[in-house]
Design a protein around this ligand. Sequence first.
Ligand code: FES
Length: 186
Amino acid sequence: MTYELTLQQAETHTSDGFGKSKTTDAKTLIKTWVKVRRDREIPEFDAIEKFNWCFEGEDTSRKYTEKLAEMLNENGGMFIEDALKLKEKDICADVFPIPALRAMKKAIVNYFEKTGQIERLRKATETVICHCRHVTDLDIQEAIEKGNNTLESLGAVTGAGTGCNTCITRVMEIVTRRKTALGGIK
Ligand code: FES
């Protein structure tokens, strides 16, 4: 079964979420759509009812895009939470960049936006900065907004930077960016 749409089909295709991404050489645009089987009582049981894709340009990652589509659509559709955790290495052994994977995650984020699922949107878009203590960029931003803008106080409040120390540069980058965004808090 193919889940690829022609450009003509794509023009009128409807879905619950849409996302797109370019190949690293920017020559190809991948568009993806997710239709969601929504579970209103247990949102974690939301599943992908249908994943479709199309591309404009030469899709050098086509075989991986097809494999991704099979994985998402098989057995009645993958849970959304599992789809968000997919990595390149789950699809291909040589960790080839797969723009359809990025586009698919954007389509899920778009679904969260369209349905007003703020907490899931937050979780889907945050990035783990400190792996030792599992502290995300959003955790750090929130702590900064509460006045913790030194490494010491951020470490005390969130735990960031209190393990192997390799995240310290990234933590301080967030502090600098956030300070600027908040108008230079002292
Ligand atoms: S990654 Fe943050 S302390 Fe190790």
